[in-house]
Design a protein around this ligand. Structure first.
Ligand SMILES: [Ca+2]
Ligand SMILES: [Ca+2]
Ligand SMILES: [Ca+2]
Length: 145
């Protein structure tokens, strides 16, 4: 269980995007909440895998700077100030999580599979809906120590 929680916690900042870096005092729970609100576009109090894939599908197109249908590490870390090696390292680890086959590129399908892993790990009661409570619990408990 702990590994699952860490996994979700590890994904959050990557998926929330670089603008999150402006608020470095933000806790994991706050970051999770902000990201949740972005996914819960209909304000229903939960999001589904389809919701996440719709939002992240758009993000993918933005990250894929050269529009070749695949994200590379340099595209993924583009825009991070070069003196923030800690952030670059964090994004690098997250890229490696998304790049399940270790090919150095993440095509859309791999990215969508990655979203499915996030939802599966966060949806504690496995009803297909990730509530804010589930999402925050999954993302904050793993980094509590
Ligand atoms: Ca690309
Ligand atoms: Ca790959
Ligand atoms: Ca659920």
């Amino acid at each position: 269980m702990r590994v699952r929680q860490l996994f979700v916690a590890g994904l959050l900042t990557a998926l929330s995007g670089i603008p999150a870096l402006a608020q470095q005092t933000e806790t994991d729970a706050q970051s999770a909440e902000r990201y949740f609100d972005r996914l819960d576009q209909k304000k229903q109090g939960f999001f589904t895998l389809a919701d996440m894939q719709r939002v992240e599908g758009k993000a993918f197109k933005r990250i894929d700077i050269n529009k070749d249908g695949e994200i590379t590490l340099s595209e993924f870390t583009d825009g991070i100030p070069s003196d923030r090696q800690d952030i670059i390292d964090r994004f690098t680890r997250r890229f490696e999580l998304a790049d399940a086959d270790d090919s150095g590129e993440v095509p859309l399908q791999e990215y969508m599979d990655f979203c499915a892993r996030v939802v599966a790990a966060a949806d504690a009661n496995q009803d297909g809906m990730v509530t804010k409570e589930e999402f925050i619990a999954a993302s904050s408990s793993g980094s509590a120590e």
